[in-house]
Design a protein around this ligand. Structure first.
Ligand code: NAP
Ligand code: GCO
Length: 264
């Protein structure tokens, strides 16, 4: 059974993998035997990631690449294939969020979120699929969100992107499943990372941010998730244990989507 979850001899590209959820998933992939390749938007972040992977005992390969830049992504994939090997597993993890009431959000800010959270997974998937087809297999994992299913105030661009990412996932499944490529989504709940730090920060009076109580009341597990909570599900979706799972969004949310919320 262990071999079903092995990633031995697989090359895994995790976009935005210097820290946070991407880093945790990559760490889990490395423990399962994968070669870790990641990119981030600046050399400073790539260096930070290389150092963090080294501290974790993981040899990794880091590249500077803005995932919204198609020419840069195509050059990155060609460089990885030349220097390391064909990408067997792609995790479209890089993402941004802007929390602004919709009618106050500029169209350019809306486009920026769509560009990173939806257009980039299209660009990177399009770059890696041809070699996966030639190789006869591939795994694509798109990091979706609660906002792939639910809305909330101030995250209109992010929810539109993550909702679209759910459907892009299903479309890649539909078009490339015949080539033994599985494309699934991983839908984290509310996870304690820099991205959600503004929702968890201590208030001036020392109390927790109101959002903290809100999320705990909406989560049967009564806690925020940690990046490590995503590792097992990610290894499952990256391994041959999930070869007949395709177009699925696996929510790792502590039960939020199943729960109306804690009664008063
Ligand atoms: P994070 O802390 O903001 O990390 C996102 C990573 O992506 C950062 O390293 C970021 O670099 C990088 N990135 C942003 N734009 C990029 C670009 N254009 N090109 C390359 N890299 C880029 O977020 P996280 O919490 O770890 O989330 C990772 C993924 O999970 C995101 O897709 C997010 O939407 C999703 N997610 C998060 C949660 C949560 O509760 N945390 C829940 C559901 C889904 P910079 O630091 O330079 O921006
Ligand atoms: C927010 C949060 C969420 C989480 C995540 C939930 O402002 O509501 O940032 O969007 O990041 O996507 O699954």
């Amino acid at each position: 059974m262990n071999s079903a979850f092995s990633l031995m001899d697989k090359v895994a590209l995790i976009t935005g993998g210097s820290y946070g959820i991407g880093f945790a998933i990559a760490e889990g992939f490395a423990k399962a035997g994968a070669t870790i390749v990641f990119n981030d938007i600046s050399q400073e972040l790539v260096d930070k990631g290389l150092s963090a992977y080294k501290d974790a005992g993981i040899k990794s390969y880091g590249y500077v690449c803005d995932v919204t830049d198609e020419a840069a992504v195509n050059a990155l994939v060609a460089k990885i294939e030349k220097e390391i090997g064909v990408i067997d597993i792609l995790v479209n993890n890089a993402g941004i969020i802007k929390r602004v009431p919709m009618i106050e959000m500029s169209a350019s800010d809306f486009r920026k979120v769509i560009d990173v959270d939806l257009n980039a997974p299209f660009i990177v998937s399009k770059a890696v699929i041809p070699s996966m087809i030639k190789k006869g297999h591939g795994k694509i994992i798109n990091i979706c969100s609660m906002m792939s299913e639910l809305g909330r105030e101030t995250v209109s661009a992010y929810a539109a992107a993550k909702g679209g990412l759910k459907m892009l996932t299903r479309n890649i499944c539909s078009e490339y499943g015949q080539h033994n490529i599985q494309c699934n989504g991983l839908g984290p709940g509310y996870i304690a990372t820099p991205q959600t730090a503004p929702l968890r920060e201590k208030q001036a009076d020392g109390s927790m941010h109101p959002f903290d109580a809100f999320i705990r009341a909406k989560t049967p597990a009564n806690r925020w998730g940690n990046p490590e909570d995503l590792v097992g599900p990610a290894v499952f979706l990256a391994s041959c244990a999930s070869d007949f799972v395709n177009g699925h969004i696996l929510y790792v949310d502590g039960g939020i989507l199943a729960y109306i919320g804690r009664q008063p």
